[in-house]
Design a protein. Sequence first.
Lengths: 336, 304
Amino acid sequence: MIRFILTRLSLLIPTFIGITLVAFFLIRLVPGDPIETMAGERGIDPARHEQLKKDFGFDQPLLVQYGIYISRVLQGDLGKSIVTRESVLTEFQSLFPATVELGVCAILFALLLGIPAGILAATRRNSIFDHGVMGLSLTGYSMPIFWWGLILILLFSVQLGLTPVSGRIDVLYYIEPVTGFLLIDSLLSEDEGAFLSAFEHLILPTIVLGTVPLAVIARMTRSAMLEVLGEDYIRTAKAKGLSRFRVIALHALRNAMIPVVTVIGLQVGVLFTGAILTETIFSWPGIGKWLIEAIFRRDYPVLQGGLLLVGAIVMSVNLLVDLTYGLINPRIRHTR
Amino acid sequence: MTTETMEAPAVAAPTATPPHPLREFWGYFSANRGAVAGLFVIVGVVLIALLADVVAPHSPYITDTTIALKPPFWQEGGSIAYPLGTDPIGRDMLSRLIYGARLSLLIGIVVVMVSIVVGTILGLIAGYVRGVTEIAIMRLMDIILTLPSLLLAIVIVAILGPGLMNSMMAVALVILPHYVRLARAAVITEVSKDYVMAARVSGAGPLRLMFKEVLPNCTAPLIVQASLGISTAILDAAALGFLGLGAQPPSPEWGTMLADAREFVLRAWWVVTFPGLAILITVLAFNLLGDGLRDAFDPKLKRS
């Protein structure tokens, strides 16, 4: 097992170095030099330009610059936003909980609907229900979620007036951030109205962000279930006279869940992609919206730092999934 | 007696010949009703795109503020002249959607072509040369795969500047790893087979081995991935358009149309509904086709 962990870790290092390279060269690929980019359209006088170039170390050879960059990154210094002058890491930390809250809710939504739907579809193979689930899941998988969000707003907020259109919580409420997760913070503040408001604001974004994972999880659960249900030990369990429910819920599900767990882990990258769009539609104050705004403000340090942090997070989650998978399934850890 | 026994195999032989590969393929493919439906939709969209000049009732660009935000014909205030209504500056929705089909198909096909060509060459090299070259190529692909696809595409567009061409290049790069991995895996399995050895013994050079011998036997998974890739490409390019980073207005690209329509979501449901529906139907059709192709080529082939 230790050998397995070490090989996985060693595979990670070049990927991480690669991501730092991408993030580092990003700012240097922008036409014009970074100082001009930062100065924007107002321009900058040549003397000050030279001075700034020296201050930021842009007059050094690229390799030296990269070395300085890496040593800063390893010390947790990701630079400052050009617009707000705040440290990129601080901004990221203050916005990250909003994205995590949304992402966790979306995954829970996808699991709670997707796994039962997948199981039922597998146990009633080729029934109308099965075809319905598969059709819906392919539709969900093909969904342009930025449009899906607008349609849900049109239906639930505009036509029915049920849910709020944007934001995380009504402006009436101020909740002292403790954990950064509004659902938990509002519960801690014992303000029932605030909790309900936060909950209402979460509904639509959760559905929008959860749609693609829901489709993937339902499909995956169905095919994993079908595979397991054909195995000998299931026939044995049935022959023992166990109830159908017991066979499916206890015997089959346990093994069918292994590939599903992996798929959930791999959805983290997909979730980030979805979060960028979902947060833009619902003005959700998270990482996705922050990054998109950074592009339009040409705030390259934010983009650079964000890319690096998101890359590192996806990488760590993938590693975690890999390790859990190796832990559950000994066949995996011995093959490599 | 002897003539009869000699004739028997001659009669039986024609029935024993396997059906033409294409016929056999169609047999498997047409059994999947969803895939056939997907194929029909795609043929329809292609026809609409090709005949846009003939089919579209109006120009997709000419604005007329006197008829701004007309609802579809079945609603009060709508007219049959503008069947799906008009947008905020009085352009016919239907005509814009029809011309948008051109853009979306173009995006899907060009992006996948670029990705497939570059990806296959890189994959072939990685799988054939092995060693340091392979490690370098595959590590690079891992990096692309690690970063969330849309984020990477956005960053590339942010560097190159917004626009249709740049967003297509960004999407092509983002989906590249799938083709590299597929091609490499296929090459590695094929290279160890006897026919490659035979070709090598008879003096075929590495280029001939790669492209003439190995490549034709790796095409099935690549075709399947291409069909699925077109749907991803259309979806991602539309997402970039929606974020204002893809095709720029007044281009009738479906995602860009949605971005323009966003602020009218409260007043005019049709400007928001139809472009997205067009994206959904087209993407769904390509996904159905991809699933059908996969089953038809090889029922055991798993999604990569």
